[in-house]
Design a protein around this ligand. Structure first.
Ligand code: NDP
Length: 328
């Protein structure tokens, strides 16, 4: 049997975790041959609920699940972690501004970054799901001196998958026939889902889409506002689809992307495409052997440039805010 992988998930008693943990334990994230040790982290008030989740995991008798440990202490919870999925975050409540949200989450991700740095495995790979995900990842990265910066990433894969779904619906193609979708920037309303390089059954998406106004007037706003549409329909925010996207993100990062295709991940910028170095911004990436590479050399037209710049400007202002608050 292969060496077990230790996976820490924060917010283990929450909605997204409820969609995520059972799939990790079933082997969907790391493959059908890799045993998993789960370490679940929660705030003290949610530990009792977390015990219930751990009982359910046990009751599935998953062949790959070697152990489930629960904790309310990040220094314990990240111990030995090879993969850390940071789902837990302070939710935005009514009348809370984005600045308040940054202030509420700063201490959580400062502590978790430090704990990961001190206690996780040398090969730890981090995915931040809890919002504001890009900036929470930036805070954790900034507080983790022992961990290479490129190991800190944030989730834009749900936006990427939503973009695939919208293009599939428009063109009548299967999701599997769509490739080279990109989401740029922040996981927020300013994100830019880009069809400029996308293909449908190997041909440029533009031809399959028909009317170019659809991209600007329907596709982009629908993807940007899909989270709100789910809340309105379901009465709760997306959970199973966010969990599925987190599975996809880690699976592709560790096991590789399909030949000829790429995925979207928010990763620390190396300066590519004019995104300031160190900002955690979404890019098209390919993955192989556990490493991701930003897809080089794509042509960026004026329409795309404006939208990428707007989302990156928002990320820069969030970075300034958390530096001002002393979190980075
Ligand atoms: P969810 O599990 O539904 O969501 C968790 C986080 O994921 C939120 O910040 C949410 O942002 C974010 N998120 C990112 N992308 C998406 C998406 N596409 N759709 C929906 N959500 C998205 O929240 P719950 O309140 O059910 O659970 C959170 C749990 O985290 C609680 O049990 C809480 O106790 C715990 N927690 C744990 C901490 C820790 O382990 N130290 C710290 C803080 C909280 P948004 O709010 O914008 O929807």
């Amino acid at each position: 049997a292969r060496t077990p992988v230790t996976v820490t998930v924060t917010g283990g008693a929450g909605q997204i975790a409820y969609g995520l943990l059972f799939r990790i334990a079933a082997g969907d994230m790391l493959g059908p041959d890799t045993p998993v040790r789960l370490r679940l982290l929660e705030i003290p008030a949610a530990v009792q609920a977390l015990e219930g989740v751990a009982m359910e995991l046990e009751d599935c008798a998953f062949p790959l699940l070697e152990s489930v440990d629960i904790s309310d202490d990040p220094w314990d919870g990240f111990s030995g972690a090879n993969v850390a999925v940071l789902v837990g975050a302070r939710p935005r409540t009514a009348r809370m501004e984005r600045a308040d949200l940054l202030a509420a989450n700063g201490p959580i991700f400062t502590d978790q970054g430090a704990a990961i740095s001190a206690s996780a495995a040398d090969d730890v790979r981090v995915l931040v799901v809890g919002n504001p995900a890009n900036t929470n990842a930036f805070i954790a990265m900034s507080n983790a001196p022992e961990v290479p910066a490129e190991r800190f990433t944030a989730l834009t894969r749900l936006d990427h998958n939503r973009a695939i779904a919208q293009l599939a619906r428009r063109t009548g193609a299967a999701a599997a026939d769509i490739a080279r979708i990109t989401v740029w920037g922040n996981h927020s309303a300013t994100q830019y889902p880009d069809l400029g390089h996308a293909t449908v059954a190997g041909r440029p998406a533009a031809g399959a889409v028909g009317d170019p106004a659809w991209v600007r007037d329907e596709f982009i706003p629908t993807v940007q506002r899909r989270g709100t549409a789910i809340i309105e329909a379901r009465g709760a925010s997306s959970a199973a689809s966010a969990a599925a996207a987190a599975i996809d993100h880690i699976r592709d990062w560790t096991l590789g992307t399909a030949p000829g295709d790429w995925v979207s991940m928010a990763v620390p910028s190396d300066g590519s495409y004019g995104v300031p170095e160190g900002l955690i911004s979404s890019f098209p990436v390919t993955c192989a052997a556990g490493e991701y590479t930003i897809v080089p050399g794509l042509e960026i037209d004026e329409f795309s440039r404006e939208r990428i710049d707007a989302s990156v400007a928002e990320l820069e202002s969030e970075r300034e805010a958390v530096i001002g608050l002393g979190f980075a």
